[in-house]
Design a protein around this ligand. Sequence first.
Ligand code: NAD
Length: 489
Amino acid sequence: MIRQGGISDQQVDTIARRLAERLSGSSAAQAKFTVKQNEPASAFREALGEGVFATVDAAVEAAGIAFRELDGMSLAGRQKIIAAIRESMLEHSEELARHAQRETGLGRVEHKIIKNRLVTQKTAGTEVLTPQAVTGDNGLTLTEYAPYGVIGAITPTTNPTSTIICNTIAMLSAGNSIVFNVHPSARECSMANIRLLHRAIIRGGGPANLVTAVAEPTIKSAQTLMGHKGIRLLAVTGGSGVVEQAMKSGKRAICAGPGNPPVVVDATADIEHAARSIIAGASFDNNIVCVDEKEVIAVESIVEELLQQMGRQGAYVLTAGELHRVEQAIFSEQRGPRQRAVVEKDLIGKNAKEILLRAGISCAGDPPLLVARVPNDHPLIWTEQMMPVLPVTSVPDVNQGIELAKEAEHGFGHSAGMYSRDIDALSRMARTINTSIFTKNGPFFAGLGEGGEGYTSFTIASPTGEGLTGPISFSRLRRCVMVDHFRIV
Ligand code: NAD
């Protein structure tokens, strides 16, 4: 497109890129610059450079050059880049958390700091890319993890910076470069994140533009990225819409979709512990994290005790009348029993107190979570509400609880969990629900490695089966065969 000033998008971008490359190679690498135009299009009022590009084409081209440079580097060089990224992201975790909360209006700063630190410290790096060797009478076969090239990554508004940090560490560890198309509602914090990553990579001895982004991301630019010939692999993190779109793209796509994680509590559980852990999990970042507990299914004999314990441990237990008012506030449309309701967008990720206020209920404190007893077919059980309003429903026995949990999870195969001391029941539910993450006797964020063991990921690919993605998910397997030699025994 030719703008009023007589310069095309492409020309502006080329100038921006050259400047960025020059800056990134000099001591002025930290500096950002602004390309001003007579034309008021906001893309050009923004700071371009340091990985941020005006168009998908320009970002893919720059990331392609960077990929080839990275490909020529040693593994030790790649490890140095990852170490520099971890150092920088740790330093900036709080600033990025505040920025994300301020811009999106979702969640709680203190929890976003935890998320940023978690992905910075516990996303797997190059150490997991262990080659496999098979030897025999016919020689040696070696299988190694190779990069794809340029990955197109689409990120959500719910965990904007933690997804970018997590994807960057995992994808670069595998030797790829990245073009991000971030959620438009989290654009500013995401661009700030990209710039910090860009600077860290240069400090770590890496090339410019290993991590790039489209300055003005839209659904259209996401779709352009998905269809771009320079993109070898897609990694999308978001709701059903973006997953469907990526699967239609004709490219290999790693898709992390929605969830509606149920938690079952049976009669053998430690109820006090269950209440405390469920509150911690379901209120984490005001319930916007995809793995957060979204509905509780308790056996009848302990459901009242569970609710009492939740009340004692700080949750606000709604009366039937209050629940009705909360429903009016949080749902813009209800579609009947066992159907997903449409949630009020402006209450997603808000504090429980704000939801109470909107419902006309006064509350002296600042409860982390609202809890309500509901029938099995209540829309809250069937909806991924992404707000700190947790329904608790009851069933006659644990087997019926497991069946209801499976239905309420909608077959997403994302996350679920159970509180029980009955190992048969725990195993039965784990097998039946068949989710990427199953957490026993702990808050679901433990399944992400926060207070639980193992690597973390904020791109949990259930529809395409990778589960918690990491460097291996973003690698191609390549085999090299030596016939008749190289066996040492
Ligand atoms: P969203 O689907 O609205 O947006 C996610 C990204 O996809 C954004 O960048 C958006 O611009 C893009 N997008 C949306 N529709 C698109 C389309 N048709 N074509 C191309 N791009 C499109 O999701 P959100 O509100 O940002 O995040 C919340 C949702 O994401 C929840 O459903 C949550 O469970 C899910 N989520 C899943 C994971 C996971 O690891 N499985 C992680 C975070 C969020």
